[in-house]
Write a protein that binds this ligand. Structure first.
Ligand code: GRF
Length: 197
């Protein structure tokens, strides 16, 4: 049976677009909802243009009360009845309570070769460390930040004149290949690690 996929975003949503566009033809899944915590997320219009339902659950009225925000988020997601949640540039840290409700069904893309550089500013940190390669990872979401079993990684070289922005652009191009490839396998029940290129 076709799987239903909800995608959580906070910004431009270029990974979301690559996921939505990949779910066509004989793909085992379809997008059922794109949800943002931010009304201004540019990805919302891109999702609507693709005929995907959109929703906003603003975190700001809940202040520091993550549990209440997540209860509203969970309720909206439950209405869409997704089988899989994809985090795609969703800039809220999720509590253990939320994660445990979706564990095994929630995946994330992170712009580093995990376990290196969990958290933010991954490209600047790779450059500062003098690394010669960088990349991106898709992993199952567990309560610890940017942790959880790896489902796929893609590598890119770091070039001598790279800045965080040039490196980010090179990695992002690979994100748009890796994430759809992993989602397709995940939706078909394959959780084996995928290494690209
Ligand atoms: C990507 O670099 C992703 O790896 C990170 O946030 C960024 C989101 O970009 N988690 P976009 O909104 O998908 O364009």
């Amino acid at each position: 049976m076709t799987k239903r996929v909800a995608i959580l975003i906070s910004g431009g949503g270029s990974n979301m677009v690559s996921l939505v566009d990949s779910m066509a033809g004989d793909h085992p899944a379809r997008a059922c909802l794109v949800l943002s915590n931010n009304h201004d997320a540019g990805g919302l219009q891109k999702a609507a243009d693709r005929g995907v339902d959109t929703a906003v659950v603003d975190h700001r009225p809940h202040g520091d009360d993550r549990a209440t925000f997540e209860d509203v988020l969970h309720a909206r997601l439950r209405d869409a009845a997704p089988d899989i949640l994809c985090l795609a540039g969703f800039m809220r840290v999720l509590t253990e309570g939320f994660v445990s409700r979706w564990q095994g069904r929630m995946i994330n893309i992170h712009p580093s070769l995990l376990p290196k550089y969990r958290g933010l500013n991954t490209h600047a940190r790779a450059l500062e460390a003098g690394d010669t390669e960088a990349g991106c990872s898709v992993h199952e979401v567990t309560p610890a930040l940017d942790d959880g079993p790896l489902l796929g990684q893609a590598r890119v070289p770091i070039l001598p004149d790279d800045t965080p922005d040039t490196l980010a652009a090179r990695v992002l191009r690979q994100e748009h290949i890796l994430y759809p490839a992993v989602l397709r396998r995940f939706a078909a029940g394959n959780r084996a690690m995928l290494s690209l290129p």
